[in-house]
Design a protein around this ligand. Structure first.
Ligand code: B12
Length: 215
């Protein structure tokens, strides 16, 4: 559980470009056995949403927002060895942003949560062209493909990649996450009944745990 005071301390550090302060807060939380998924969602995600709000209101510059992004990414890299050391099971996931989707932190978190559940992951990052995702599926044949979609205007790219995957690999399991889903959820679930949609990586984590119990 992350207290409001810790969130504020961390977010002030992020807004000030004070990476050491951010590290201090995360180290403290880890020393208190706070789960890394809570740190991802209730600290990193929440603080970046706050950055987005301030930027939207013209209270932060683009440079400030870039700084917040880079500090968040560097913290994720810092704790990556913890995540990679999880004992692996024989399952693979490919996680990628759809084409022209620059927002990559959420997708990276999803890949990390697969890893924390023992999966081997291929994380392709931002802006992966549809044909490249298809080629990669052909070579690696992952058990699950996870797509990230955050900027609403990329909606046709999301439909495009899902349609191509289903045409070429009819049994491929596909999951989708990202905040632009809010506006498209009903339609997606209606038209693509086999899709699984996730609002946060905590939901993904619960789903993976349920699935592993069931199998
Ligand atoms: C940083 C940032 C950027 C950076 C991204 C850098 C990078 N390397 O990632 C840059 C500067 C490139 C950028 C560009 C733009 N951005 Co921007 N950006 C943000 C900001 C501030 C933070 C994004 C972030 O990292 N959030 C934290 C992560 C952890 O949250 P998340 O992405 O939601 O991920 C969680 C869930 O969604 C889910 N999830 C996400 N993906 C997946 C995938 C799977 C498989 C699963 C299971 C789960 C999952 O799990 C994650 C963890 O719980 C947001 C504000 C916000 N509200 O997020 C705006 C925001 C996303 N951006 C926005 C906009 C409009 C833009 C631009 C159009 C701005 C412009 N005019 O150029 C461009 C679009 C570029 C493009 N084509 O993608 C809007 C999007 C509105 C919308 N929904 O359509 C937002 C919401 C800002 C705002 N309030 O208006 N941006």
């Amino acid at each position: 559980m992350i207290k409001e005071v810790q969130f504020l301390e961390y977010t002030n550090g992020l807004l000030d470009g004070d990476k050491d302060k951010c590290i201090e807060v995360v180290e403290y939380l880890l020393s208190q056995n706070v789960d890394i998924k809570d740190i991802y969602v209730d600290l990193f995600q929440r603080s970046m949403y706050h950055v987005g709000k301030m930027w939207e209101q013209g209270r932060l510059s683009i440079a400030d927002e870039h700084l917040g992004t880079e500090i968040t990414k560097s913290l994720m890299n810092r704790y990556a060895p913890k995540i990679a050391s999880t004992k692996k099971i024989n399952k693979t996931a490919l996680v990628s942003c759809v084409d022209k989707e620059f927002h990559e932190i959420g997708a990276r978190m999803a890949a990390d949560v697969f890893e924390l559940n023992g999966w081997h992951t291929y994380f392709l990052g931002a802006c992966t062209p549809t044909r490249e995702i298809l080629k990669f599926i052909d070579i690696k044949r992952p058990d699950v493909v996870g797509l990230s979609f955050n900027f609403y205007l990329n909606i046709h790219r999301l439909y495009e990649v899902i349609d191509h995957i289903r045409k070429d690999y009819p049994n491929q399991q596909i999951i989708v996450g990202g905040q632009a889903l809010v506006r498209e959820k009903e339609k997606l679930l209606d038209e693509y009944k086999y899709l699984k949609l996730f609002s946060t990586v905590k939901e993904l984590d619960s789903y993976l745990k349920e699935e592993s119990k069931a199998n």
